[in-house]
Design a protein around this ligand. Structure first.
Ligand code: ATP
Ligand code: MG
Length: 216
């Protein structure tokens, strides 16, 4: 493991309201299987495609920070929270591309549910100029691609996910990892019912939620 050659930056954006083991297991499997050097979790400030989060940006960030401390390849990228305003992925990709240079592979990881909504995103056809798109399956979501997305996949589909290491951007791949039917909505709903959220998310995050009485 220690001698495996790694390069490239993988990123996973999200509301992380709260972060859970579905996010974290996906991140770790991507690092192990596809050889990217690091994966950055990017909590959004203001989601563009869904309801506003029920806890503050600072609290969501605190939880992400606690969650990544167990694996040194996982980091937190705070740029969307620092930027404030609506968190457009296109702005974020441009800003990361400026930071890492033109040649480094940049890989945006999306669950199937997010990928299916891609055609509603601001400037979505431009995203692929700045990054690869790595789509992971998610229980309950089928790759029932509408015409726009299936055309997009035909145009950019990688022959293998390992091809993503060979170019800075411009490829799409769809992969099945260990399926975990965990969502932040499920956790928020369990909290409201005062049911246990144990084993769905890291223990320090669970403790933080209880201490601050979040999601009640
Ligand atoms: P909510 O239930 O509030 O919508 P969520 O669980 O979908 O929250 P997000 O923060 O919206 O969490 O997700 C961030 C990214 O992680 C998205 O691309 C999403 O598709 C992906 N993701 C979330 N949960 C999983 C999971 N269990 N398996 C694979 N991908 C996931
Ligand atoms: Mg979601």
């Amino acid at each position: 493991m220690g001698h495996k050659k790694t390069s490239g930056v993988a990123i996973m954006g999200g509301t992380f309201d709260p972060i859970h083991n579905g996010h974290l297991r996906t991140a770790v499997e991507i690092l192990d299987r596809y050889g990217f050097a690091q994966l950055r979790l990017i909590p959004c400030y203001q989601p563009v495609h869904k309801n506003q989060p029920s806890v503050s940006a600072q609290q969501r960030l605190d939880m992400v920070e606690m969650a990544v401390s167990s694996d040194e390849r996982l980091t937190v990228d705070r740029r969307e929270i620092i930027r404030t305003g609506p968190s457009y992925s296109l702005d974020t990709l441009r800003s990361i591309r400026e930071e890492i240079g033109e040649t480094e592979p940049l890989v945006m990881v999306l669950g199937m549910d997010s990928f299916l909504s891609l055609p509603t995103w601001h400037g979505w056809q431009e995203l692929i100029k700045y990054a690869h798109i790595f789509v992971v399956s998610r229980p309950g979501w089928e790759p029932d691609l509408i015409s726009e997305l299936s055309e997009f996949c035909e145009n950019y589909r990688a022959a293998s996910p390992h091809e993503l290491q060979c170019a800075p951007a411009g490829l799409v791949c769809l992969e099945t990892l260990t399926p975990l039917g965990i969502s932040s909505s499920l956790i928020r709903s369990l909290c409201r019912q005062q049911a246990s959220i144990a084993y769905l998310l890291p223990e320090p995050v669970q403790t933080y939620i209880q201490k601050h009485q979040l999601y009640q």
